[in-house]
Write a protein that binds this ligand. Structure first.
Ligand code: TRP
Length: 451
């Protein structure tokens, strides 16, 4: 039985929880709701679901499988596997692109994750005062996002939390946190969905989310749906490859990956069903709300609800946890690489967190001093998100699919996926060899304007 120098998950459940923790995060709740709104609802959701099944799941299996086959940081894993398969070690670009992409995502992700800490604190303090903690959600959000000092304070606090866990090693901290957190997050979301069903505009939400209007679909919709699928599933930056390196030999990867995809999708859809009834009931404009959508819509509801401050506290605490279990997966792969290069784990984690945290200042300032700086019609934060999510993630996913499907030796593939029936294996191989590269490639070319 092979093991990784960085440690191992205590069991396959440990991996499952960590991977679900990585996948379930701001992407499912904050990003899913506003990207869905920006892309007009139903048709986007349908394409997003298709992207998960056709591209997301097979690529996830490929990514985790490569990690387990190599048992090192993504960069060294891909290089080693390439060597063993008699191919160029240049394929290690997949690991490098992942490292850079992880830093880019971390940089803006911690800004938003910082908002969850700020809101959580507000609701906590609200428990000790009369009346709702946040009575005018729009004004509250405006005040937070126009204060550079507050944005930076919460941002760096979140970076520090992330570095802290990664520095200590993932198993103890995160494994036990997600064990409690994911089930609780589900319960709170279901409670909010029930609230939305009874007091919000639920039918309108169902139409909005599930009635596709294909006349609204453009190349942009496809890019956004694929980008959202990769972002939400934590695919394409080799974060799950890093996690895969710590999975015990016997575990069946396809089954675990199917569970991860299912849990992740369920959280996103529940979040949509919780958020949009409120958006419609209060006549908020989903299309123009942008990144503020959850931070305005849900507090608007909390202000009307009995026990609203308690709901607010619970919801934003869980969202902070969900974000936290995601950010560590953005840093783990790079940290493992630096450790293999001789650094100690804490130094490696601080170096990466410090770099990404500093870059994150640009995203924080996108709400204040640099609000009017626009490149390609997007502010700085949206540009960083675009390059990471819509360029590097699909590119990394493409590399992973091609590498696993075409470059990796048949022997290594079989060692990893030997438990599959011949038919299922063929379906998977066809998807990673032909379907995923073709779809990702086409969408990618159109996203950079080549077709
Ligand atoms: N999937 C997480 C979310 O939905 C974010 C995330 C964590 C991520 N690790 C990743 C995104 C790796 C892309 C790649 O919030």
């Amino acid at each position: 039985m092979s093991v990784s120098q960085h440690g191992m998950w205590s069991s396959k459940l440990g991996f499952l929880l960590a991977a679900v923790g990585s996948a379930v995060g701001l992407g499912n709740i904050w990003r899913f709701s506003y990207v869905t709104a920006e892309n007009g609802g139903g048709a986007f959701v349908l394409i997003y679901l298709a992207a998960i099944v056709i591209v997301g799941l097979p690529v996830m299996i490929a990514e985790v499988m490569l990690g387990r086959a190599g048992r090192q940081s993504p960069i060294h894993t891909v290089a080693t596997l390439a060597r063993e398969s008699k191919a160029s070690t240049g394929w290690a670009w997949i690991g490098w692109s992942g490292l850079i992409c992880g830093m880019l995502i971390l940089s803006f992700y911690c800004v938003i994750a910082g908002w969850t800490l700020s809101y959580g604190t507000t609701y906590l303090l609200g428990l000790f005062t009369d009346g709702p903690a946040v009575s005018d959600a729009g004004a509250h959000f405006g005040a937070l996002t126009s204060s550079t000092g507050q944005l930076l304070f919460w941002h760096f606090l979140f970076v520090a939390l992330t570095v802290f866990v990664v520095a200590r090693g993932v198993e103890k901290g995160i494994e036990s946190a997600v064990r409690l957190m994911i089930p609780s997050l589900f319960l709170i979301l279901i409670a909010l969905v029930i609230y939305g069903m009874t007091s919000g505009h639920f039918m309108q939400t169902l139409n909005y989310l599930f009635q596709p209007d294909f006349s609204k679909v453009t190349g942009q919709t496809l890019i956004a749906a694929l980008g959202q699928a990769f972002f939400s599933l934590s695919l394409g930056m080799a974060g799950l490859m890093a996690y895969g390196a710590y999975v015990p030999d016997k575990a069946s990867l396809p089954r675990l990956c199917a569970l991860i995809c299912t849990a992740d999708t369920a959280v996103a859809l529940l979040a949509g069903l919780a958020i949009f009834p409120i958006v419609f009931a209060f006549a908020l404009d989903p299309h123009t709300a942008g990144p503020g959508l959850v931070f305005v819509a849900l507090p608007t509801a909390f202000a009307q609800m009995g026990w609203g401050d308690l709901y607010g506290l619970a919801f934003f605490t869980l969202l902070a946890f969900a974000a936290w279990s995601s950010t560590i997966s953005l840093v783990e792969g790079g940290t493992a690489y630096l450790v293999e290069q001789g650094l100690s784990r804490p130094v490696a984690a601080v170096a990466l967190g410090g770099g990404a945290g500093t870059l994150g200042i640009l995203s924080a300032l996108s709400f204040t001093h640099l609000k009017d700086v626009s490149l390609f019609g997007r502010n700085l934060m949206d540009n960083i998100d675009f390059v990471a999510s819509n360029v590097l993630l699909p590119l990394g996913g493409l590399g992973i699919a091609v590498f696993a499907g075409w470059i990796l030796s048949e022997k290594l593939r079989h060692e990893q996926l030997g438990g599959l029936s011949a038919a299922t294996y063929t379906v998977w191989l066809t998807l990673v060899r032909y379907v995923a590269p073709l779809l990702i490639g086409l969408i990618f070319l159109s996203s950079i304007g080549l077709i």
